[in-house]
Design a protein around this ligand. Sequence first.
Ligand code: WTA
Length: 637
Amino acid sequence: MPQPYKINSIEEYYAAYNKSVQDPEGFWDDIAGYFLWKKKYDQVLEWNFEEPHISFFKNGKLNITENCLDRHLGTLGNKPALIWEPNDPEEHHRVLTYRDLHNKVMQFCHVLANNGVKKGDRVCIYMGMVPELAIAILACARIGAIHSVIFGGFSAQSIADRLIDTHSECVITCDGAFRGNKEVPLKAMVDDALIGCKFVKRVIVLTRTRTPVSMIKGRDVWWEDEIKKVESNGQRDFPAEIMDSEDPLFILYTSGSTGKPKGVVHTTAGFMVWTAYTFANVFQYSGDDIYFCTADIGWITGHSYIVYGPLANGATSLMFEGIPTWPDAGRFWDIVDKYRVNIIYTAPTAIRSLMSYGLGPIQGHRLDSLKVLGSVGEPINEEAWHWYNENIGKKRCPIVDTWWQTETSGIMISTLAGITPAIPSYATLPLPGVQPILVDDHGKEILENEVTGNLCMKFPWPGMIRTTYGDHERCRKTYFTTFPKMYFSGDGAFRDAKGNYRITGRVDDVLNVSGHRIGTAELENAINMHTGVIESAIVGYPHDVKGQGVYAFVIFEGSKEDMNMVRKDILETVTRTIGAIAKPDKIQFVNNLPKTRSGKIMRRILRKIAEGEMHAIGDTTSLLDPAVVTEIIKGKV
Ligand code: WTA
């Protein structure tokens, strides 16, 4: 299907941008006109950032799956919607056309309904990267249940936290997941989580790895058996539930600078319009392009740019179960050649990891189908940018460095492939509808260019966060009070003379490790749970592959006989409480932490030590005991 809202030239970009600022309502009204509504909205936008209250397309009625599936059937019914490449290259791949996907989603809607799931219920999904994950998500959306996908790297404790916070009575999982040469026991992890979550009434388990699992009578059912029942009942069509524009579509948990992860809530219409619009424009998808996003659906990138954005545009989305380095570091490039991929969207950490294998794994690959290269998740350093450009894009594919967040649900600042100019390490210009503003630490707008400031948004866009699940005040405090009347991203940015933005990284206590957000407070809490640990402080330091590594300073007062073992025990505690993805790279045991007289840890100093920038530690006179610093420097790992 043609994307009528696609920008085709730089002039069109400026025209769209200007209109989106001067007449935002008219701008979004035009774009929303290209979607399928069951009832048109009465008002395009209603908002204030004080509460905050954001409503796009008020009183509109729709179902996002009709926009992603049903409306394409006439023209694109036989077009591949999803191509699935399994972990093991020897296993057969799968292709689901729009018609296949539509049928499977409707079938699974019956499964959900037969198992008591209804509109408004929350459903947690903890699965590997199999097509059934996309099917489960879309079926929830069709039935009006709010999905909350949990990344497969999270621990049982993290699953339990999310089940409790969302009060989900239904969980969808797999027996296990394949990742490289490993098998991840997903169902066993869910079982551990459920020990403390008796309110969960149903677990639907897909067979993937055939790992033996316990199936509890009355609670656990097999996906395949449930599908058979639907078939033998002759249940086929499943009409899409009528949803309000502002009905929640999903909850996705993300880490912030304080406490436990928060459930970011996105709503139906705004999310749909925003992800569809940004997908079409940033990647310049056309015709039968094969689009390959390497992210996991457990993160926002997978939600917006494997599932909803591409499908809303009638695109072919390639989904990959495995990892970039197994069976070898040429895996991505094998996939690109196998399917003649036109657009690849990956993360700087993957690029840097592949760089470390040299050019060998690229040799013997054509890569000539590629047209556009994308990057997301963290700042892409110039070296990685050039490597990607020269060795993968062969200098003929525009690179889109896309800056955005779980909270923004879609790309905010990026070049439009081949339309607006790319600059290495710059995300460049805002998308139409995005009004960035840089402010100083007092919240004063920085008007001049060639400066760095705190990156905020002064106007709403359709896909923005609506609330944090069950705690609206937390949403207000986290994003809308640091700088009044603005959405604060938590990132710093530099703006050049032409208005291009270069993201400089988080300015809060959030680390970005291999593109994963890790809250330092959350990680400290996890480490402090370990017996013998008195206190800890987490900071980031530059890491060649991960972007940032995690450095833990730990005061330990237990038995010190075998500190190596203690180190391992601490890692295990983190794995249990959050998940393996949050494990510190370095642990240094210290006797004291540098604190001010009021007892606040001076992280600035710890950061400098972790970075090895001892000369830049600066003034330590405000510390309660400056000698602590010398001692910590001596013990640096
Ligand atoms: C960082 C991922 C620089 C940033 C979509 C942001 C980036 C956080 C970029 C959000 C980029 C993401 N350049 N930094 N192109 N993209 N970030 O919520 O710090 O997992 O705040 O969303 O990743 O991470 P999240």
